[in-house]
Design a protein around this ligand. Structure first.
Ligand SMILES: [Zn+2]
Ligand SMILES: [Zn+2]
Length: 92
């Protein structure tokens, strides 16, 4: 998984989102559970993830994707539930 061989980096398709850690996905509002700080100017890597070796970062990123997906599914379920309840109230 080396990018050294790539002559053209597809920068235009990969946008930098400031304020979200690219490893764990934490934000200013949702910091890591034991606290963290930004380590770069763009705020894309937090101090907790920066300490991890590369392989560990990759693993943690995978874990975070699963974790956030699960949470999203949970919230989605709650949103659907709320919508349904609102619909019933509005209709009556
Ligand atoms: Zn992080
Ligand atoms: Zn963090």
């Amino acid at each position: 998984m080396s990018s050294k061989g790539l002559k053209h980096k597809v920068k235009e398709t990969k946008q930098i989102v400031k304020g979200i850690c690219r490893v764990c996905g934490c934000t200013d509002d949702q910091k890591c559970w034991d606290g963290c700080d930004w380590t770069d100017r763009n705020h894309t890597l937090c101090s907790r993830c920066e300490k991890m070796p590369k392989a560990e970062q990759e693993r943690h990123r995978e874990w975070s994707i699963n974790h956030l997906s699960e949470r999203l599914a949970q919230y989605q379920g709650q949103v659907d539930d709320l919508k349904q309840r609102l619909d019933v109230l509005k209709q009556s």
